[in-house]
Unconditional design. Structure first.
Length: 291
């Protein structure tokens, strides 16, 4: 997987693909079933074709630290229920299926449109994101851990098999004569991840030392009678879904930006410490601002 950045250079990403030493486990627990054996053969066949993406940890690595934003883009389906994340050179990374009714999003490492890969299972997302109405907050969960997803229950690691990746709280703030949609984001990685069964409040997250990101507020332009943001390096279309995230300690240090490029295409640019799944998940909460 090759990323193009500024200045011109290339990196292999995710980092899990750099060494080429990782192998996909195709073992199953308990008595072998016809369905399990069939999937094992499908995984092996997909590995030979270079189409197997069973390791979700690859999407939990931060990109190499840089002074620029790594560029990606998101394609949206006409019904606005399906989203696909691509690298700047057009390589598929993640697929997301949105449920407006349930206020949830499922993320997959396989594209159902890819007829050459038989591993897509709509019932087995790699990540899920759900809305908590009482706190106006989204919780992004890694649904399986590469370290213990094939282990017996008594040998699961500290994550308990599932773990929180990020939480995003939506708010609004008056700016000039306009109203800006805002986010307060906690991104969680490494040792700071915890079992998803215990909801961690914001005060506790601060003590865990996780990264906190906040919306960079737009500026009210009296001539245009609208709120404006400067998306450097991108020619964007004005949209209420456009946003930029900066670190809490430095409001001018942009680490993620999402903006409309065309009718069904959006830019998604980010850098350390945010990861691909975190950036993609955060961006897909913005369509729900109108709910």
């Amino acid at each position: 997987m090759v990323l193009m950045g500024e200045p011109a250079s290339s990196w292999l990403w995710p980092k899990g693909l750099m060494s080429g030493s990782k192998k996909v486990s195709t073992c199953t627990l308990g008595p072998a079933s016809d369905a399990g054996q069939e999937r094992d053969f499908d995984v092996a066949d997909s590995m030979e074709k270079g189409l197997a993406h069973e390791l979700v940890t690859d999407f939990m690595y931060s990109l190499p630290q840089a002074s620029w934003l790594w560029k990606f883009h998101v394609d949206r389906s006409h019904d606005r229920k399906q989203y696909r994340l691509f690298s700047e050179n057009g390589e598929f990374l993640l697929y997301a299926k949105v449920s407006s009714k349930n206020l949830s999003v499922n993320f997959f490492t396989y594209d159902p449109k890819d007829k050459d890969c038989l591993l897509f299972d709509p019932n087995k997302p790699a990540f899920t994101m759900k809305f908590k109405a009482l706190t106006n907050e989204w919780q992004l969960i890694q649904e399986r851990c590469d370290k213990c997803c094939y282990s017996p229950e008594h040998l699961l690691c500290s994550c308990g098999g599932r773990r929180e990746v990020a939480s995003i709280r939506h708010t609004q703030q008056n700016v000039g004569d306009g109203i800006s949609h805002c986010m307060d984001v906690y991104i969680i990685s490494g040792d700071s991840m915890h079992c998803q069964d215990t909801w961690v409040e914001s005060s506790q997250k601060r003590q865990l030392g996780v990264h906190r990101l906040m919306t960079k507020l737009p500026i009210w332009n009296a001539d245009l009678q609208s709120l404006v943001l400067d998306f450097k390096g991108r020619k964007v279309i004005p949209s209420s879904k456009n946003f930029q995230l900066a670190t809490r300690d430095d409001p001018n240090h942009i680490v993620c930006q999402y903006a409309k490029l065309a009718h069904q295409k959006f830019s998604l640019d980010f850098r350390y410490p945010i990861t691909a799944i975190q950036a993609f998940g955060i961006s897909l909460t913005s369509p729900f601002w109108e709910c």
